[in-house]
Design a binder for this molecule. Structure first.
Ligand code: NAP
Ligand code: GLV
Length: 333
Protein backbone atom coordinates (compact mmCIF):
# COMPACT_ATOMS: atom_id res chain seq x y z
CA UNK A 1 0.00 0.00 0.00
CA UNK A 2 1.08 3.53 -0.69
CA UNK A 3 0.77 5.01 2.82
CA UNK A 4 2.41 4.05 6.09
CA UNK A 5 0.79 4.87 9.45
CA UNK A 6 2.41 4.41 12.86
CA UNK A 7 0.19 4.00 15.93
CA UNK A 8 2.06 4.33 19.22
CA UNK A 9 -0.09 1.79 21.11
CA UNK A 10 -3.12 -0.36 20.24
CA UNK A 11 -6.37 1.57 19.73
CA UNK A 12 -9.93 0.25 19.25
CA UNK A 13 -10.13 -2.12 16.26
CA UNK A 14 -12.88 -0.02 14.60
CA UNK A 15 -10.32 2.78 14.18
CA UNK A 16 -7.57 0.47 12.97
CA UNK A 17 -9.89 -0.97 10.27
CA UNK A 18 -10.61 2.50 8.90
CA UNK A 19 -6.89 3.28 8.55
CA UNK A 20 -6.10 -0.17 7.13
CA UNK A 21 -8.43 0.51 4.21
CA UNK A 22 -5.92 2.95 2.79
CA UNK A 23 -2.60 2.36 4.56
CA UNK A 24 -0.15 -0.12 5.96
CA UNK A 25 -0.42 0.13 9.75
CA UNK A 26 2.35 -0.46 12.26
CA UNK A 27 1.17 -0.59 15.87
CA UNK A 28 3.96 -0.18 18.39
CA UNK A 29 3.35 -2.33 21.45
CA UNK A 30 5.82 -1.08 24.01
CA UNK A 31 5.02 2.35 25.38
CA UNK A 32 6.38 4.58 26.75
CA UNK A 33 8.32 5.29 23.61
CA UNK A 34 11.53 7.25 23.72
CA UNK A 35 12.44 9.89 21.18
CA UNK A 36 15.03 7.55 19.59
CA UNK A 37 12.56 4.70 19.17
CA UNK A 38 9.97 6.94 17.57
CA UNK A 39 12.59 8.37 15.19
CA UNK A 40 13.42 4.86 14.05
CA UNK A 41 9.80 4.19 13.11
CA UNK A 42 8.78 7.55 11.77
CA UNK A 43 11.34 8.10 9.01
CA UNK A 44 9.13 6.77 6.19
CA UNK A 45 5.72 7.23 7.84
CA UNK A 46 2.93 9.34 6.32
CA UNK A 47 0.96 9.64 9.56
CA UNK A 48 1.55 9.19 13.27
CA UNK A 49 -1.30 8.39 15.66
CA UNK A 50 -0.09 9.41 19.13
CA UNK A 51 -2.23 7.42 21.50
CA UNK A 52 -1.40 7.78 25.16
CA UNK A 53 -0.37 11.41 25.20
CA UNK A 54 2.82 10.60 27.09
CA UNK A 55 5.00 9.90 24.08
CA UNK A 56 6.98 12.98 23.10
CA UNK A 57 6.65 14.19 19.52
CA UNK A 58 9.60 16.52 19.52
CA UNK A 59 11.18 18.79 16.91
CA UNK A 60 13.92 16.19 16.42
CA UNK A 61 11.34 13.51 15.62
CA UNK A 62 9.53 15.83 13.22
CA UNK A 63 12.79 16.72 11.47
CA UNK A 64 13.42 13.03 10.79
CA UNK A 65 9.91 12.46 9.46
CA UNK A 66 10.41 13.43 5.84
CA UNK A 67 7.05 12.09 4.59
CA UNK A 68 4.89 12.90 7.62
CA UNK A 69 1.63 14.74 6.90
CA UNK A 70 -0.23 14.46 10.19
CA UNK A 71 0.36 13.85 13.88
CA UNK A 72 -3.07 12.77 15.05
CA UNK A 73 -3.61 12.78 18.81
CA UNK A 74 -5.89 10.06 20.12
CA UNK A 75 -7.12 12.47 22.82
CA UNK A 76 -7.49 16.21 23.33
CA UNK A 77 -4.35 17.19 25.25
CA UNK A 78 -1.42 17.90 22.93
CA UNK A 79 1.18 19.27 25.34
CA UNK A 80 3.69 16.54 24.37
CA UNK A 81 3.66 17.51 20.71
CA UNK A 82 5.89 20.26 19.37
CA UNK A 83 3.10 21.98 17.44
CA UNK A 84 5.36 24.86 16.31
CA UNK A 85 7.81 22.43 14.70
CA UNK A 86 4.99 20.47 13.04
CA UNK A 87 3.48 23.69 11.69
CA UNK A 88 6.83 24.84 10.28
CA UNK A 89 7.09 21.58 8.39
CA UNK A 90 3.48 21.80 7.12
CA UNK A 91 2.34 18.85 9.26
CA UNK A 92 -1.19 18.85 10.68
CA UNK A 93 -1.66 18.24 14.39
CA UNK A 94 -5.17 17.08 15.25
CA UNK A 95 -7.18 16.01 18.33
CA UNK A 96 -10.32 13.96 19.00
CA UNK A 97 -12.83 16.19 20.82
CA UNK A 98 -15.56 13.56 21.01
CA UNK A 99 -18.43 13.91 23.44
CA UNK A 100 -17.69 10.47 24.93
CA UNK A 101 -14.27 11.72 26.09
CA UNK A 102 -15.60 14.74 27.96
CA UNK A 103 -18.26 12.63 29.68
CA UNK A 104 -15.78 9.87 30.58
CA UNK A 105 -13.27 12.29 32.11
CA UNK A 106 -15.95 14.14 34.07
CA UNK A 107 -17.22 10.78 35.39
CA UNK A 108 -13.72 9.79 36.45
CA UNK A 109 -13.11 13.14 38.16
CA UNK A 110 -16.26 12.59 40.16
CA UNK A 111 -15.40 8.97 40.89
CA UNK A 112 -12.06 10.15 42.30
CA UNK A 113 -13.76 12.89 44.29
CA UNK A 114 -16.27 10.48 45.84
CA UNK A 115 -13.61 7.85 46.56
CA UNK A 116 -11.32 10.29 48.35
CA UNK A 117 -14.22 11.95 50.22
CA UNK A 118 -15.57 8.58 51.44
CA UNK A 119 -12.25 6.69 51.82
CA UNK A 120 -13.50 4.00 49.43
CA UNK A 121 -10.10 2.62 48.42
CA UNK A 122 -8.78 2.39 52.00
CA UNK A 123 -12.03 0.77 53.13
CA UNK A 124 -11.80 -1.74 50.29
CA UNK A 125 -8.26 -2.69 51.35
CA UNK A 126 -9.46 -3.02 54.98
CA UNK A 127 -12.25 -5.45 54.08
CA UNK A 128 -10.13 -7.52 51.69
CA UNK A 129 -7.32 -7.83 54.23
CA UNK A 130 -9.93 -9.42 56.57
CA UNK A 131 -9.54 -6.77 59.27
CA UNK A 132 -13.24 -5.90 59.53
CA UNK A 133 -14.12 -8.75 61.87
CA UNK A 134 -10.95 -8.22 63.93
CA UNK A 135 -11.54 -4.71 65.25
CA UNK A 136 -14.76 -2.97 64.31
CA UNK A 137 -13.76 0.27 66.09
CA UNK A 138 -11.42 0.79 63.15
CA UNK A 139 -14.49 1.63 61.06
CA UNK A 140 -14.18 5.14 62.45
CA UNK A 141 -10.97 5.52 60.44
CA UNK A 142 -13.23 5.75 57.42
CA UNK A 143 -15.42 8.65 58.46
CA UNK A 144 -16.05 10.61 55.27
CA UNK A 145 -17.31 14.04 54.32
CA UNK A 146 -20.72 14.64 52.76
CA UNK A 147 -20.82 16.57 49.48
CA UNK A 148 -24.07 18.53 49.89
CA UNK A 149 -23.29 22.20 50.50
CA UNK A 150 -19.51 21.75 50.10
CA UNK A 151 -17.64 24.08 47.78
CA UNK A 152 -16.13 22.58 44.64
CA UNK A 153 -13.61 24.86 42.92
CA UNK A 154 -13.09 23.97 39.26
CA UNK A 155 -9.94 25.32 37.63
CA UNK A 156 -10.62 25.47 33.88
CA UNK A 157 -14.33 25.58 33.09
CA UNK A 158 -13.94 24.17 29.56
CA UNK A 159 -15.55 21.12 28.02
CA UNK A 160 -14.57 18.77 30.86
CA UNK A 161 -14.82 21.36 33.63
CA UNK A 162 -18.40 22.19 32.64
CA UNK A 163 -19.39 18.54 32.75
CA UNK A 164 -17.80 18.21 36.20
CA UNK A 165 -19.94 21.18 37.26
CA UNK A 166 -23.08 19.41 35.97
CA UNK A 167 -22.28 16.44 38.19
CA UNK A 168 -21.51 18.68 41.19
CA UNK A 169 -24.89 20.33 40.77
CA UNK A 170 -26.54 16.92 41.07
CA UNK A 171 -24.77 16.48 44.41
CA UNK A 172 -26.03 19.91 45.56
CA UNK A 173 -22.53 21.32 45.90
CA UNK A 174 -21.70 25.05 45.69
CA UNK A 175 -19.73 25.53 42.49
CA UNK A 176 -17.02 28.13 41.97
CA UNK A 177 -14.55 28.33 39.11
CA UNK A 178 -11.43 30.02 37.85
CA UNK A 179 -10.63 30.29 34.14
CA UNK A 180 -8.55 32.53 31.93
CA UNK A 181 -11.83 33.58 30.26
CA UNK A 182 -15.04 34.32 32.22
CA UNK A 183 -17.96 32.07 31.28
CA UNK A 184 -21.16 34.21 31.41
CA UNK A 185 -23.44 31.29 30.51
CA UNK A 186 -22.14 29.25 33.45
CA UNK A 187 -22.43 32.26 35.76
CA UNK A 188 -26.11 32.60 34.78
CA UNK A 189 -26.52 29.01 36.05
CA UNK A 190 -25.16 30.04 39.47
CA UNK A 191 -21.53 29.01 39.00
CA UNK A 192 -19.49 31.72 40.68
CA UNK A 193 -16.22 33.11 39.30
CA UNK A 194 -13.35 33.44 41.81
CA UNK A 195 -9.81 34.69 41.52
CA UNK A 196 -7.44 31.74 41.82
CA UNK A 197 -6.31 32.70 45.32
CA UNK A 198 -9.90 32.92 46.61
CA UNK A 199 -10.80 29.61 44.99
CA UNK A 200 -7.94 27.96 46.89
CA UNK A 201 -9.00 29.53 50.19
CA UNK A 202 -12.71 28.72 49.90
CA UNK A 203 -12.94 25.31 48.24
CA UNK A 204 -13.48 21.97 49.97
CA UNK A 205 -12.65 20.15 46.72
CA UNK A 206 -10.42 21.61 44.02
CA UNK A 207 -10.61 19.97 40.60
CA UNK A 208 -8.06 20.77 37.91
CA UNK A 209 -9.27 20.75 34.31
CA UNK A 210 -6.92 23.15 32.47
CA UNK A 211 -4.61 22.13 29.61
CA UNK A 212 -0.88 22.00 30.28
CA UNK A 213 0.62 25.08 28.62
CA UNK A 214 3.53 27.44 29.33
CA UNK A 215 1.12 29.47 31.49
CA UNK A 216 -0.37 26.57 33.47
CA UNK A 217 2.88 24.67 34.11
CA UNK A 218 3.31 24.50 37.91
CA UNK A 219 0.39 26.93 38.23
CA UNK A 220 -0.39 25.19 41.53
CA UNK A 221 2.66 25.38 43.75
CA UNK A 222 3.65 25.72 47.39
CA UNK A 223 1.90 29.09 47.75
CA UNK A 224 -1.44 28.03 46.28
CA UNK A 225 -1.44 24.79 48.28
CA UNK A 226 -0.68 26.74 51.47
CA UNK A 227 -3.95 28.66 50.94
CA UNK A 228 -6.05 25.47 51.05
CA UNK A 229 -8.12 24.51 54.09
CA UNK A 230 -6.53 21.63 56.02
CA UNK A 231 -9.77 19.70 55.34
CA UNK A 232 -9.66 20.27 51.57
CA UNK A 233 -8.96 17.77 48.80
CA UNK A 234 -7.45 18.22 45.36
CA UNK A 235 -8.38 16.19 42.28
CA UNK A 236 -6.33 16.33 39.07
CA UNK A 237 -7.56 14.79 35.83
CA UNK A 238 -5.81 17.31 33.53
CA UNK A 239 -2.02 17.01 33.40
CA UNK A 240 0.51 16.35 36.16
CA UNK A 241 2.64 19.31 35.11
CA UNK A 242 -0.04 21.76 36.27
CA UNK A 243 0.78 20.95 39.92
CA UNK A 244 4.20 21.14 41.53
CA UNK A 245 4.07 17.50 42.60
CA UNK A 246 6.83 17.85 45.22
CA UNK A 247 4.99 20.69 46.91
CA UNK A 248 1.82 18.62 46.84
CA UNK A 249 3.65 15.63 48.30
CA UNK A 250 5.00 17.73 51.20
CA UNK A 251 1.55 19.15 51.99
CA UNK A 252 -0.01 15.67 51.96
CA UNK A 253 2.80 14.12 54.00
CA UNK A 254 2.60 16.86 56.65
CA UNK A 255 -1.23 16.68 56.75
CA UNK A 256 -1.57 20.31 55.67
CA UNK A 257 -4.37 19.25 53.30
CA UNK A 258 -6.75 16.29 53.61
CA UNK A 259 -5.98 14.36 50.44
CA UNK A 260 -5.41 14.20 46.72
CA UNK A 261 -6.84 12.06 43.95
CA UNK A 262 -4.67 12.09 40.86
CA UNK A 263 -5.05 10.53 37.43
CA UNK A 264 -2.06 12.37 35.93
CA UNK A 265 1.53 12.91 37.06
CA UNK A 266 4.58 14.98 36.25
CA UNK A 267 6.25 11.82 34.96
CA UNK A 268 4.17 9.02 33.44
CA UNK A 269 4.29 6.15 34.12
CA UNK A 270 4.99 7.29 37.69
CA UNK A 271 8.50 6.10 38.72
CA UNK A 272 8.42 3.21 41.24
CA UNK A 273 10.46 5.20 43.78
CA UNK A 274 8.16 8.25 43.76
CA UNK A 275 7.35 8.91 47.45
CA UNK A 276 3.77 9.90 46.62
CA UNK A 277 3.11 6.16 46.13
CA UNK A 278 3.59 5.65 49.88
CA UNK A 279 0.92 8.09 51.04
CA UNK A 280 -2.38 6.85 52.52
CA UNK A 281 -4.25 10.10 51.85
CA UNK A 282 -4.05 9.76 48.07
CA UNK A 283 -5.85 7.85 45.35
CA UNK A 284 -3.81 7.38 42.20
CA UNK A 285 -5.02 6.10 38.82
CA UNK A 286 -2.82 5.52 35.73
CA UNK A 287 -4.12 8.24 33.35
CA UNK A 288 -7.34 6.36 32.63
CA UNK A 289 -9.94 9.09 33.08
CA UNK A 290 -10.78 8.84 29.36
CA UNK A 291 -10.82 5.05 29.29
CA UNK A 292 -14.38 3.84 28.84
CA UNK A 293 -15.48 1.46 26.08
CA UNK A 294 -17.56 4.22 24.54
CA UNK A 295 -14.77 6.77 24.57
CA UNK A 296 -12.07 4.40 23.36
CA UNK A 297 -14.14 3.46 20.33
CA UNK A 298 -15.25 7.01 19.52
CA UNK A 299 -11.69 8.34 19.79
CA UNK A 300 -10.29 5.57 17.58
CA UNK A 301 -12.85 6.25 14.87
CA UNK A 302 -12.32 10.02 15.12
CA UNK A 303 -8.51 9.79 14.94
CA UNK A 304 -8.66 7.30 12.06
CA UNK A 305 -11.01 9.51 10.08
CA UNK A 306 -8.65 12.48 10.54
CA UNK A 307 -5.73 10.44 9.20
CA UNK A 308 -7.73 9.21 6.21
CA UNK A 309 -8.92 12.73 5.38
CA UNK A 310 -5.38 14.11 5.39
CA UNK A 311 -3.87 11.21 3.44
CA UNK A 312 -6.57 11.73 0.80
CA UNK A 313 -5.48 15.36 0.54
CA UNK A 314 -8.45 16.79 2.46
CA UNK A 315 -8.37 19.10 5.48
CA UNK A 316 -8.77 17.56 8.95
CA UNK A 317 -11.82 18.46 11.07
CA UNK A 318 -10.04 19.14 14.35
CA UNK A 319 -6.63 20.71 13.68
CA UNK A 320 -4.84 22.58 16.44
CA UNK A 321 -2.67 24.28 13.82
CA UNK A 322 -5.13 25.41 11.10
CA UNK A 323 -2.43 27.66 9.60
CA UNK A 324 -0.94 24.53 8.01
CA UNK A 325 -3.56 24.93 5.26
CA UNK A 326 -1.86 28.13 4.11
CA UNK A 327 1.63 26.60 4.36
CA UNK A 328 0.54 23.69 2.16
CA UNK A 329 -1.10 26.09 -0.32
CA UNK A 330 2.06 28.22 -0.63
CA UNK A 331 4.22 25.11 -1.12
CA UNK A 332 2.00 23.88 -3.96
CA UNK A 333 2.41 27.13 -5.91
P1 NAP B 1 -10.85 22.87 27.18
O1 NAP B 1 -12.24 22.65 26.69
O2 NAP B 1 -9.89 23.62 26.34
O3 NAP B 1 -10.98 23.53 28.63
C1 NAP B 1 -9.88 24.02 29.33
C2 NAP B 1 -10.29 25.32 29.99
O4 NAP B 1 -9.14 25.85 30.65
C3 NAP B 1 -10.76 26.36 28.97
O5 NAP B 1 -11.87 27.07 29.46
C4 NAP B 1 -9.53 27.25 28.85
O6 NAP B 1 -9.84 28.56 28.44
C5 NAP B 1 -8.99 27.21 30.25
N1 NAP B 1 -7.63 27.66 30.34
C6 NAP B 1 -6.64 27.57 29.42
N2 NAP B 1 -5.51 28.14 29.89
C7 NAP B 1 -5.79 28.60 31.11
C8 NAP B 1 -5.03 29.32 32.08
N3 NAP B 1 -3.78 29.69 31.86
N4 NAP B 1 -5.65 29.64 33.25
C9 NAP B 1 -6.95 29.33 33.47
N5 NAP B 1 -7.70 28.67 32.57
C10 NAP B 1 -7.14 28.30 31.41
O7 NAP B 1 -10.14 21.48 27.49
P2 NAP B 1 -10.83 20.13 27.96
O8 NAP B 1 -11.27 19.36 26.77
O9 NAP B 1 -11.81 20.43 29.03
O10 NAP B 1 -9.57 19.35 28.53
C11 NAP B 1 -8.75 19.91 29.55
C12 NAP B 1 -7.50 19.08 29.69
O11 NAP B 1 -7.82 17.83 30.30
C13 NAP B 1 -6.83 18.66 28.38
O12 NAP B 1 -6.02 19.69 27.87
C14 NAP B 1 -6.03 17.45 28.79
O13 NAP B 1 -4.74 17.85 29.19
C15 NAP B 1 -6.80 16.91 29.98
N6 NAP B 1 -7.40 15.60 29.70
C16 NAP B 1 -7.09 14.54 30.49
C17 NAP B 1 -7.66 13.32 30.24
C18 NAP B 1 -7.36 12.12 31.11
O14 NAP B 1 -7.63 11.00 30.67
N7 NAP B 1 -6.86 12.29 32.30
C19 NAP B 1 -8.52 13.15 29.14
C20 NAP B 1 -8.82 14.26 28.37
C21 NAP B 1 -8.26 15.50 28.65
P3 NAP B 1 -9.83 28.87 26.84
O15 NAP B 1 -10.91 28.04 26.25
O16 NAP B 1 -10.05 30.28 26.73
O17 NAP B 1 -8.46 28.44 26.34
C1 GLV C 1 -6.00 12.38 27.49
O1 GLV C 1 -5.24 12.55 28.39
C2 GLV C 1 -6.31 13.39 26.54
O2 GLV C 1 -5.56 14.36 26.46
O3 GLV C 1 -7.30 13.25 25.80
Amino acid sequence: MAFKVIITAPIHSDGISIVKDIAEVNILETPPLSEDILIRYIEDADALIATLGIEPVTRRIIEHATKLKIVARHGVGYNNIDVDAATEYGIWVTVTPVEELFEAVADHAFALLLCIARNICRADRFVKSRQWGVDSTKLYNFIGVGLKGRVIGIIGLGRIGQRIAERAKGFKMKIVYYDIVRKPEAEKQGIVYKELEDLFKESDFIVIAVPLTKETKNMIGEREISLMKPTAYIVNIARGGVIDQRALYRALKEGRIAGAALDVFQQEPIPPNDPILELENTILTPHIAWLTNECRRAMAVSVAEEVVRVLKGEEPRYPVNPMVKEIIRIRKR
